[in-house]
Design a protein around this ligand. Sequence first.
Ligand code: 13P
Length: 249
Amino acid sequence: MNSKKKLIAGNWKMNGSLAANEALLKAVIAGVDDAACDIAVAVPAPYFAQVQSLVAGSAIAVAAQDVSLHQVGAFTGEISAAMLGDFGVRYALVGHSERRQYHGETDVVVAEKAQRALAAGVTPIICVGETLAERDAGQTEVVVKRQLAAVIHLNGHCISEVVVAYEPVWAIGTGRTASPEQAQAVHAVLRAQLAAASEHADRIRLLYGGSMNAGNAAQLLAQPDIDGGLVGGASLKAPDFLQIIAAAR
Ligand code: 13P
């Protein structure tokens, strides 16, 4: 059932510098040699060219942290999906909780962004997840199902072309990870929803994100419906990121 390659994606968020990026990526590249999983790093846009040249010839793909819902034109500060394609960007995070929370991105906006990415040949990594208040109110399933429902019917594309990341907001950057059982339970809900929409649901990679680290990655990644990780803080430290990659067999 779970024969697809896992994907470990680092999300650098608004961290990095020319010097730090080079040191980090050189250390990661030196350590990965024959990774059994797919690897990506979602980097701040100004570093696309630098990172693209550093990872050339390695197993690491470049990802964006966001993409515009507009195609082209007078949208100051926005970055289009076509521009991501120009830089060889392979994936784009869409609907990360920090975008939903701080930039007011709605489910509709997230769906439009996913659509733009797909149209430009960039694979969206669509993020869903509940807040602590929603979990405490017993709303986890309702929330993640609503967020996934918004993207499940994509014009001209099959949902199996995307990656989905379950990131409980209460576990992001808090050191408080969902237990493997908690994460698996939500992933199973998402998988069932995907299966109802597409006969290719088994192909879709469902990543877990939220304080994944070198110590807890193996257990999380051993769950039947966890097909990879979206890693924040630990992706900024080469030894930790490498241990997570090694756990993704
Ligand atoms: P942390 O791994 O730092 O909790 O961040 C998770 C995340 O938001 C990845 O997108």
